[in-house]
Write a protein that binds this ligand. Structure first.
Ligand SMILES: NC(=O)c1ccc[n+]([C@@H]2O[C@H](COP(=O)([O-])OP(=O)(O)OC[C@H]3O[C@@H](n4cnc5c(N)ncnc54)[C@H](O)[C@@H]3O)[C@@H](O)[C@H]2O)c1
Length: 397
């Protein structure tokens, strides 16, 4: 499987590892840490992340070079910057933002070897702290939004208000008000002819496109049921340091707090749910019944999110209800299973294996292009040609 950086990876496209890792505390979080400690409440952070419209030039279709800015330069953001630079050798990375200076340093170090010639990042274009995104919006034509999802609605609004094209990582929010805000912003983006490409990467995987097209063309007959599994091991965790205030501890462990991540049903399982939605032709389910809990990963160091969810999504169709049985968990030393199945009256599709059994048996052969690269090739092409991609509907649904 492809990883966020485009390299081969065994488990999942997000951040799963077979065993949890405790990241070493950051060596030098200086300026931005002091800024953050001042922000001792969630409300203060949320308020600081609200949007400021900025004047900026929109990229003119036809000119040669796209100037990219990266907001949130952790694993995925750095990977997305690499994908964007790879997409077109004239693309340039001209501004970068993160809460912490050491994250910027690490990101630049990781990107430099392959993309040094496409990077123009003097110290003045490296921005830290909660307002760092504003610096990127002042300098770039195209912005990559890859912070924890809590910040996405505010960052997306600021980017669209400022007239920028956007690569928007999933998920787009952590709650219904946030997602509704993103729906509205995406409508504004469409009116302004600004591209919004979603980080729901499987939609850009040619192999998944072919498999799902076959399902839509009737290869498995009428769909009877679906099954979506996202069972992984544990993830990284940053052990709390004595000098960290609550806010810094939570931000450095954002996965484990619902206000920052939306919990892993939103943050990770979204890939499964998006594939189910796609198979069901983007009609949202009529109802869902879910349960979940925290039974294995109970150490308070892992915040307050659940470690497993089981959900049945139901669509009312002319032929009666169609149900998707979905499971996600993050348990160490338990079976890993990242797979999606579509059961029909004429056969069964295994989405992750790009295979169909039954009356219309089929197995895709050959390697598909890296879906993370494809996202950025499509984005750059769209901007240059004046065609507009707006993935707002499915990335919100
Ligand atoms: N599409 C995929 O396959 C895929 C894979 C991995 C992650 N993701 C998504 O990408 C996003 C980032 O995940 P990640 O794995 O890179 O996490 P990460 O922790 O490695 O990186 C997040 C970075 O954002 C920074 N940050 C936090 N708040 C910020 C703010 N307000 N302004 C600027 N920077 C801020 C953090 O310091 C960190 O460096 C998440 O939404 C995640 O769900 C998508």
């Amino acid at each position: 499987m492809q990883s966020p950086t485009g390299k081969s990876e065994a488990v999942c496209p997000t951040v799963a590892a077979a065993t949890p890792t405790e990241s070493a505390p950051a060596a030098a979080a200086t300026t931005s840490r002091r800024d953050l400690i001042k922000l001792s409440t969630v409300a203060a952070v949320a308020a600081a992340a609200s949007s400021w419209p900025l004047a900026s030039a929109v990229y003119a279709a036809g000119s040669d070079q796209l100037k990219y800015g990266l907001i949130g330069c952790g694993g995925r953001g750095s990977g997305a910057a690499a994908n964007a630079m790879r997409a077109d050798s004239t693309n340039k990375l001209v501004a970068i933002a993160d809460l912490w200076p050491e994250k910027i340093e690490a990101s630049i170090k990781g990107l430099k070897e392959e993309f040094g010639g496409q990077m123009e990042l003097p110290a003045a274009k490296q921005f830290t702290g909660l307002d760092a995104y504003k610096g990127v919006l002042e300098n770039a034509d195209v912005v990559i939004l890859a912070t924890p999802p809590h910040f996405r609605p505010a960052h997306l609004k600021a980017a669209i208000d400022a007239g920028k094209h956007v690569f928007c990582e999933k998920p787009v929010g952590v709650d219904v008000p946030g997602v509704k805000k993103v729906m509205d912003i995406c409508k504004v983006a469409a009116e302004k002819k600004l591209n919004v490409v979603s980080g729901l990467c499987y939609r850009y995987d040619v192999a998944k496109q072919e498999t799902i097209k076959r399902i839509h063309d009737g290869a498995v007959g009428d769909i009877v049921a679906l099954q979506g599994m996202y069972n992984t091991g544990g993830l990284w965790m940053n052990r709390r340091q004595p000098e960290w205030a609550d806010m810094e501890w939570q931000l450095r462990n954002w996965l484990y707090f619902t206000w920052l991540s939306g919990d892993h049903i939103v943050e990770q399982h979204i890939h499964t749910l998006d594939k189910m939605l796609w198979v069901m032709k983007d009609v949202p389910p009529t109802r869902a019944t879910s349960n979940g809990g925290r039974t294995v990963r109970t150490d308070p160091a892992y915040g307050h999110i659940y470690d497993h969810f089981d959900t049945i999504y139901e669509w009312d169709t002319d032929r009666g209800p169609v149900r998707a049985f979905c499971q996600t968990r993050q348990w160490v030393n338990a079976a890993v299973d990242v797979s999606d199945w579509v059961f029909g009256t004429k056969g069964t599709a295994n989405l992750m294996a790009h295979a169909i059994t039954g009356d219309n048996a089929w197995k895709r052969k050959g390697k598909a292009a890296n879906m993370y690269d494809v996202e950025h090739v499509e984005l750059a092409k769209a901007i240059k040609s004046g065609k507009v991609i707006n993935n707002g509907d499915y990335m919100c649904n």
